[in-house]
Design a protein around this ligand. Structure first.
Ligand SMILES: NC(=O)c1ccc[n+]([C@@H]2O[C@H](COP(=O)([O-])OP(=O)(O)OC[C@H]3O[C@@H](n4cnc5c(N)ncnc54)[C@H](OP(=O)(O)O)[C@@H]3O)[C@@H](O)[C@H]2O)c1
Length: 239
């Protein structure tokens, strides 16, 4: 798939799935605006990606839990480009815990600030650039924890709350931005592994999740894929 010249912003992109996404877009020729909480980590990843080519990556700091940082990132992207083709809302804090008391207040605050407020604000501040694109997509890495009735993850209840906030935003934006031709593409994967065999009996891998994103973004503009839902095939203890 050739994504030559596509302008793509990815959050939480200095490791794991975000890094894989940034690399996958750049490998297909995209110009990536790679953000992470830690600027040095973002710079290192952007350098590796740019060296590999053919697309290149520029590094930015963006802590989604800090509104000023979110606004600064959006403004910095606007300084580099007059349009944005793809925003990937990937960055998200994660905490384990069955019980509400299993996480400290500050961890809960950060998780909801980043997943909820941060995702809304970043999308809001990048919307003018997306509106200036001829092929705008907003991709949301949500989670099965954002599905109504999902109980199978060991994630903390606040993670469920943050992912439901993202799902609610995605649902209404998809509807309201459709007339403008802005696709809102949301993924609801269950717990997945970064590496592993890509077999039917195996856990979902980050590579397969990334392939879903590339597939949806690569579709012609009449094809508006709104959601990816995944069957969780591994036997899990119902919580
Ligand atoms: N892995 C799974 O099983 C799974 C399942 C369903 C959905 N998801 C979702 O898919 C996305 C990627 O998953 P993953 O496995 O790559 O997650 P991960 O390994 O937990 O990495 C999370 C990423 O988000 C970043 N992040 C955390 N808090 C942030 C903040 N306040 N501002 C900006 N970035 C922040 C992290 O950056 P730092 O390096 O600074 O910590 C890291 O890059 C996430 O949205 C996740 O919730 C994952």
């Amino acid at each position: 798939m050739n994504l030559d010249g596509l302008r793509v912003a990815v959050t939480g992109a200095a490791r794991d799935t975000g890094l894989l996404l940034a690399g996958a877009f750049a490998e297909r020729g995209a110009q990536v605006y790679l953000s992470a909480r830690n600027l040095a980590a973002a710079e290192h990843c952007a350098e590796v990606i740019s060296r590999r080519g053919p697309g290149r990556a520029d590094a930015f700091r963006c802590d989604l839990a800090e509104p000023d940082s979110v606004r600064t990132f959006a403004a910095a992207v606007a300084d580099r480009t007059d349009h944005l083709d793809v925003l990937v809302n990937n960055g998200a804090a994660y905490l384990e815990g069955d019980d509400l008391t299993d996480a400290p207040d500050d961890g809960i605050e950060d998780m909801l600030a980043a997943g909820g407020t941060g995702t809304v604000l970043l999308t809001r501040h990048l919307l003018p650039l997306l509106r200036a694109s001829s092929r705008p997509d907003i991709v949301n890495m949500i989670s099965a924890c954002g599905e109504v009735g999902h109980r199978r993850s060991g994630a903390h209840p606040a993670f469920y709350a943050a992912k439901h906030a993202q799902a609610g935003l995605a649902e209404i934006l998809s509807h309201r931005l459709r007339p403008e031709g802005i696709r809102v593409i949301s993924l609801f994967p269950p717990d997945f592994v970064q590496d592993g065999p890509r077999q039917s009996h195996s856990d979902l891998t980050a590579r397969s999740v990334v392939d879903c994103v590339l597939f949806a973004v690569g579709q012609p503009r009449d094809c508006f894929i709104r959601e990816f839902r995944f069957e969780q095939v591994q036997p899990m203890i119902d919580r």
